[in-house]
Design a protein around this ligand. Sequence first.
Ligand code: ADP
Length: 361
Amino acid sequence: MCAGPAAELGVTLAVLAESPDAAAAQVVRSAPVGDHADIAAVLDFAAGCDVVTFDHEHVPSEVLAALVAAGAALQPTPAALVFAQDKVAMRTRLTQLGIPCPRWVAATEMDEALAFGELVGWPLMAKAPRGGYDGKGVEIAFGPEELTPWLERGLVLLEELVDFRRELAVLLAHSPSGQAAAWPVVETVQTDGICTQVIAPAPGIDPDLAARATEAGLRIAGELGVTGVLAVEMFDLDGERFVVNELAMRPHNSGHWSMDGAITGQFEQHLRAVLDLPLGSPLPRAPVTVMANILGGDEPELYSAYRHVLARDPELKVHLYGKQVRPGRKIGHVNVSGTDLADLIERAQHAADYIQGVIRE
Ligand code: ADP
């Protein structure tokens, strides 16, 4: 998704691809195949780059350290990235900064878990400190026995189960020289732990809540030294208060709407930010934009459904990632902008469902 903006900006993009048919390798000319955990492969790749950035947070610390030692310009730096890689590090730092978070504890012993359960009440949210995504590595624990396997694996992050009204995300970009630009606060809708829809801006959001949430995002970016796009996932507790769920330091699902719905999309902005170029305007192009994720269904062939969707709604923007279809895998998204929220949701979701194959008319 950075390839289009890179071509337009005149920036040469290369990607270290996990396989020759990886989504990015299909559209980026320089796409050597290598494992992001293989120090030699990553160093070799980075030697040809002015700036190195990431499209996921799973690059191991020792690989990052080797890159820094070799003089690679990493954006974001490993010192910032750790707060997107490690949920315990993130909770510790945000709590120090006074950013509202769910009550939490990092536990290694059952005694600690029991004391925390006593304090905040069961059930608890158990999270693997590292390696989770799309709800993997996260589980509701209704009683102590469900925590046993977690504790056996080592350190577990326990959080109170937050009773929230909806999920929000603050998305912004921050550059090494300190410029920042925030998109409007969005609502993210999750189904079975996977983001399925994003509405920009979050419908009916109190302007004061939006301002405080954005301020918190900008403060996190500044204090943690984040460069590039930062997504701050939040829970809206009651329309007035929020707590931060987690951070992502890369273009993020909550920002896909901006590709068509904002003056500057997140992939262009990420490139501008990591290259320390002046940032583009994050202002929306329309009163509302709805993004719906296309998840893989049972039908591996998308072409006929795709033709139908394009013909049915010419205002819709369809983005497909060139990934192999697997049930539940994010394989694309659609964006549609306008003024009538209910109509936009219906059209975006219809298109996503049709391509997925869950509806046939
Ligand atoms: P991942 O890293 O897999 O995205 P998250 O920490 O974002 O994991 O959690 C996935 C989902 O679980 C969230 O989108 C939210 O719906 C729910 N969740 C996470 N933490 C809590 C919590 N403390 N209380 C209630 N629900 C939570």
